[in-house]
Design a protein around this ligand. Structure first.
Ligand code: GLY
Length: 257
């Protein structure tokens, strides 16, 4: 999958008031801004034109733009975030995506769907059912994907405590390879792929992000870095510590197509 565009949003001064279960303390805003700058630079170095939206203080979690939509090369689906405090994040994103895409679908009530629960593997999508994404939202997305000749499959993750979104635990690195949390490594949905399994203590680092030639890896996880490198991938480490404190990872910080 080759990307040419990305959308990101700067963290707001309300960032620390977002939803968090991480128990890692409050994020430092200035450090989060610097980490965001490094992230945007990494996307640009990979050849992407990167839109950086201004902070949206009304929505403390709005830096995690990935949850607001699912984007492909030729259409977008506006999500319907499962956390009430995040629902309004989709309004501005809808306007922006309508400018970029001629075909824009929308998940409707009673469906809920966070983009973080959607993992694209070439022409196939895994859709996680989680505390944020319900069956109705997953079914709506599956219908839209089918209209555009993509296949999909649902992966329930509610039973795994501490896994917020599917992509907190499963990410596609390219070359038929998934990076997975050990709790999902043996799931039948993933059997046909090469699986690189992070250790449980490093579960956060299952959220790596392949962007064109490079895999972005959160810094501080040397075993995962080695795992990805030994599998033949070029890597760039990025510090995501302030986002980890708010339950977010590298994929959550952008929409890419
Ligand atoms: N703090 C990110 C989220 O809960 O969606």
């Amino acid at each position: 999958m080759h990307f040419t565009h990305a959308i990101t949003r700067l963290p707001a001064d309300t960032f620390s008031q977002g939803i968090s279960t991480a128990n890692l303390g409050k994020p430092a805003l200035q450090k989060a801004v610097e980490q965001h700058e490094d992230y945007v630079r990494a996307l640009q170095l990979s050849g992407l034109t990167c839109m950086v939206l201004p902070p949206a203080p009304t929505f403390p979690d709005s830096v995690f733009v990935e949850d607001t939509a699912i984007v492909t090369n030729n259409f977008a689906v506006i999500a319907r975030p499962g956390a009430q405090s995040r629902l309004g994040e989709i309004d501005e994103m809808t306007t922006i995506l309508r400018y970029h895409f001629s075909k824009v679908h929308q998940i409707q009530e009673p469906g809920t769907l966070d983009g973080g629960d959607v993992c694209q593997v070439e022409g196939h999508f895994f859709i996680g059912i989680s505390a944020r994404t319900n069956q109705n939202g997953a079914n709506q997305l599956a219908e839209y994907l089918k209209m555009h000749a993509y296949s999909s499959e649902i992966v329930p993750i509610c039973e795994f405590s501490g896994i917020l979104h599917l992509k907190s635990a499963v990410n596609y690195l390219g070359e038929e390879t998934l990076l997975v949390d050990p709790r999902l490594a043996d799931h039948s949905a993933f059997q046909k792929y090469r699986r690189l399994v992070v250790s449980l203590e490093d579960a956060y680092s299952a959220n790596c992000l392949r962007v064109n030639e490079v895999v972005l890896v959160p810094s501080g996880f040397p075993k995962t870095l080695e795992l990805v490198q030994k599998a033949g991938f070029q890597t760039t480490e990025l510090d995501a510590s302030e986002y980890q404190k708010m339950d977010g990872g590298l994929s959550c910080l952008s929409l890419r197509w």
